[in-house]
Design a protein around this ligand. Sequence first.
Ligand code: SF4
Ligand code: FES
Length: 228
Amino acid sequence: MTVTFLMDGKEVIADENKTLLEIARENGIDIPTICFHEVTTANALCRICVVEVEGQRVLQPACIVKGASNMKVQTRSEKVVRARRTILEMLASTMDLSEASEIQMMMYEYGASSSRFPDAERRESEIKDDNPMYVRDYSKCLLCWRCVQVCAEDAQYTFAINFDGRGFETQIGTFFDRTIPETSCVLCGQCVAVCPTGALKPKREFLLEKGISPQEISVLNTGRKKRK
Ligand code: SF4
Ligand code: FES
């Protein structure tokens, strides 16, 4: 079954099971995403993808809402742009976006100011360096949940990490805050691959950025020098 409706004033025809995000992309309309990833289940956590649907009181997250016949959708109305700008400004006020290049580009595109909420409390966290594969810097985490999902049913089924804490204190963690080697983690690296902000980083990249040479890293990894 197909549905027919208006998106930005243009008639679109799509499969009834497709989301507004998928339909927009099929029709060359750009809707920004942060928590959404092609390989993970969409949970509409970040709300950057919101669009205006006529007759709906609140903006709708395009990554989970399906298209329906006779809908009238605006993907870049004034209300939508304002909402996206505010979301970006709240993120910039509370976390470290220095390595989130896609979000930085969105901030530029939407004219978002990183100093709009100067009194906002920042989410600070010490770098967790407890395994040979990756480091975790939750000062850069926006709780998109992608890493948790690939670690669970979306890919790896290892369930090593999950949400921990409540409200503002919420962060990604391990059971009883154990180190990664003490968890079920198999160091597959899929969480690192889907992290959009640099909160999860390969250990090698982390060490290179600290100025440690590839030779020294090799010694650190093997515990001995390579034979010439
Ligand atoms: S660590 Fe990265 S992937 Fe995991 S929730 Fe935070 S930002 Fe998302
Ligand atoms: S991308 Fe849709 S809510 Fe995050």
